[in-house]
Design a protein around this ligand. Structure first.
Ligand code: GLC
Length: 582
């Protein structure tokens, strides 16, 4: 009888499995859907500031090549490289004039090929930045397009003939007047630029433009690169009748600009034409306005993109500070929205942000190292692919520039001019950019304590942070307790524990304003992460008996003293502890 029952049970599960397979039910985020890009730690390199090999003060590809062993030593799996294509550099490479060539300052295509080879020899994948919401106004397409109303390239961009009057306003993020329509006297028409005047928006509604882009993508994929990050792509599709938006729309321009008509058709086409033919991963910058938007970009069965890169988390930090309760709420909400399907990127910094430790931690000498390590622990123990920005592994801090002359960032300089034009408070503006400006995260990488932090033998394109004698890679490599060595440890721990990649996330002690505590469970293990986000002692009420827990990692040299007395964990300032629970 028992045997009959067992057979019945077996039969039932067999039929269920057959049914699920025949229904093609997507099994995501579980063992059947493991992907390299979910397991990878992505290290972002800002090439202009990484390492200069020829003394012109600008980082370059040969510089990156010379540091490949350093990059490998971090234990990361993939590099996301900011744009390296030919560019007049109005926006540091985000204005591309030739998509099949390398920016002069960065080197040659031979350099690129040897860099890619060097990465692959070391088992490091390369994700390229693809900027195709717009090109440079110095791209041949635009030169032709602006030359005549009858040019075959006219429809590569968005033009509005002047005899129709001025088009409905569009807000430009980077323009000195924030006007996204620029009048061009050559053909008496306005062209659209969501970013700067030198970044005209491409017309994705034109199938020829789309074909050009897919060909460019294939050119790079054929070279063997491993992925694409699609810059500002949520804005690519537009309603070309350009209807008026309600007053004040610019305060929430993502709502009006993102997910335009046919965006999903374009992504499906791109997937068919490119992604499906290569082993490449894809991530778009921005994830729309709602969870539904984000899912529509990345749910696997839709065959569009692989993972979402949403801004709500990184946007929590403000010049006046931020609330940990808000931070926890945002990250928990996103995790739960993606718990069953879809996949997220986890990041707290990139080239468009000020420094990780200065924004989310405490960059004073007393807490800089501890809070850097604590934040790194957070990034590496959440569900989603971690993106980690170069220099943060040393705990590099904001530049703290006092004078406008020290800044290089085009939108910042335009906004400075704008503030002057409208009689704005310049002192207040300078205070704000000292905290917020993206140049804070773009100062040269601090390699050692020699002149210019070992970044260049020439004059760096932007000032080196004055603290390079204390914060630099060479010193930290030698110090087993450094931020750098901690980074390596926590990356290794993530790689060794698929629980930290695929495991379920559960928030603990939700209303604790000082501590972020959560468990990750799955793949045969349960882990508890407790992070003190403040410079004072704090207690996490985790409600779990951690008496028999094993401490896997802590950011203090002296082992944590607590071990779950009465289901509470005592944490020292900015302490981070990872436990394995029995
Ligand atoms: C993205 C990039 C940013 C750039 C902008 C325009 O937001 O990350 O650096 O300035 O797009 O391309």
């Amino acid at each position: 009888m028992e045997a009959v029952n067992r057979n019945l049970v077996k039969w039932f599960f067999f039929m269920l499995a057959t049914l699920l397979i025949s229904l093609d039910v997507p099994a995501q985020n579980n063992e059947r859907d493991k992907k390299w890009w979910k397991e990878a730690v992505v290290y972002q390199i800002y090439p202009r500031s990484f390492k200069d090999s020829d003394g012109d003060g600008v980082g370059d590809l040969k510089g990156i090549i010379s540091k490949l062993d350093y990059i490998k030593s971090l234990g990361i799996d993939a590099v996301w490289l900011n744009p390296i294509y030919s560019s007049p550099n109005d926006d540091n490479g985000y204005d591309i004039s030739d998509y099949r060539n390398i920016m002069k300052e960065f080197g040659t295509m031979e350099d690129f090929d040897s860099m890619l080879k060097g990465m692959h020899q070391r088992n490091i994948k390369l994700v390229m930045d693809l900027v195709v919401n717009h090109s440079s106004d110095e791209h041949e397409w635009f030169k032709h397009s602006r030359s005549s109303r009858t040019s075959p390239y006219r429809n590569y961009y968005h033009w509005w003939n002047a005899e129709r009057g001025k088009p409905a306003p569009r807000y430009s993020l980077f323009d000195v007047n924030h006007d996204a329509w620029k009048y061009d006297s050559m053909t008496r028409a306005y062209y659209l630029h969501y970013f700067s005047r030198k970044q005209p928006d491409l017309n994705w509604e034109n199938p020829q433009v789309r074909k050009e882009v897919y060909d460019i993508m294939k050119f790079w994929a054929d070279k063997g690169i491993d992925g694409f990050r699609l810059d500002a792509f949520q804005f690519a599709a537009k309603d070309t009748t350009f209807p008026a938006f309600p007053a004040g729309y610019e305060k929430n321009f993502v709502k009006y600009y993102a997910m335009g008509p046919h965006l999903h058709d374009y992504l499906k086409e791109m997937n068919q034409q490119v992604f499906s033919k290569y082993d490449v991963m894809s991530v778009a910058e921005g994830a729309g306005n709602t969870f539904e938007d984000a899912h529509n970009l990345v749910d696997a069965e839709r065959k569009e993109l692989n993972m979402a890169y949403a801004f709500e988390g990184v946007d929590v930090a403000k010049p006046e500070g931020y609330s940990l309760l808000h931070f926890k709420e945002v990250f928990s909400r996103w995790d739960s929205a993606f718990a069953e399907k879809g996949w997220l990127s986890i990041f707290l910094a990139n080239h468009d942000q000020a420094r990780l430790v200065s924004r989310f931690g405490n960059d004073s000498p007393a807490f800089r190292d501890l809070s850097s390590k604590m934040l790194t622990t957070f990034i590496m123990t959440m569900r989603g692919t971690p993106y980690y920005y170069n220099g943060d592994e040393l705990g590099m801090t904001n530049a703290g520039f006092e004078k406008i002359e020290d800044y290089r960032d085009m939108p910042t300089l335009n906004e400075y001019q704008h503030q002057k034009d409208i009689g704005g408070d310049i002192h207040q503006f300078l205070e704000r950019i000292k905290f917020e400006c993206r140049d804070n995260g773009r100062t040269p990488f601090q390699w050692d304590n020699t002149t210019n932090a070992g970044f260049t033998s020439g004059t760096p394109w932007i000032k080196v942070n004055a603290n390079y004698k204390t914060i630099n890679a060479e010193a930290q490599e030698k110090d087993s307790n450094s931020v750098l060595n901690y980074f390596k440890k926590v990356v290794r721990l993530r790689k060794q524990n698929p629980t930290l990649i695929y495991g379920k996330y559960t928030l603990l002690d939700k209303d604790n304003p000082k501590v972020y505590a959560y468990t990750r469970e799955g793949e045969g293990k349960k882990m508890l992460i407790a992070l003190n986000f403040t410079g004072a002692n704090a207690i996490a009420k985790v409600g779990l008996n951690t008496e028999k827990a094993k401490i896997l990692l802590s950011n203090y040299q002296e082992a944590p003293v607590q071990k779950g007395e009465k289901a509470m964990i005592k944490l020292r300032p900015f302490e981070a502890v990872i436990y394995q629970l029995p």
